[in-house]
Design a protein around this ligand. Structure first.
Ligand code: 5GP
Length: 106
């Protein structure tokens, strides 16, 4: 069970931003910028491009709605999107409000 599955199951606390039956969005514990949010599928898949096409499409649409919410809540020029997957072996998308150059420097 990945750390993100434990978060989804409520075994590890998180600050939830949004949720539906398939995906969960929550604040990153170590944000690059205020409002840095992670979008994860509830079903564990390590590598994001191993997710089947339909599910991946739904994940992007979910992320798009979450990004729109972040944009409303936090003054920013845009919400940056990144897929890293260096640390946690559970597919996820980073959504990062960016105002200035360098705001997405990891
Ligand atoms: P990546 O795998 O894309 O390189 O990075 C994983 C991200 O997950 C990091 O930005 C890290 O701060 C975040 N993260 C790791 N463990 C936790 C946790 O227990 N709670 C939350 N909210 N974020 C976490």
């Amino acid at each position: 069970m990945t750390i993100f599955s434990k978060i989804i199951a409520g075994e590890i606390p998180s600050y939830k931003i949004a949720e539906n039956d398939k995906f969960y969005a929550f604040l990153d514990i170590n944000p690059v910028n205020w409002g840095h949010t992670l979008v994860v599928p509830k079903e564990e898949t390590d590598y994001i491009f191993d997710i089947d096409d339909a599910q991946l499409g739904e994940m992007m649409v979910f992320a798009k709605h979450v990004a729109a919410g972040i944009k409303k809540a936090i003054p920013c020029r845009k919400v940056g999107v990144a897929v890293l997957g260096l640390e946690v072996p559970h597919a996820h998308i980073h959504l990062i409000p960016i105002q200035n150059e360098g705001d997405m420097d990891f």
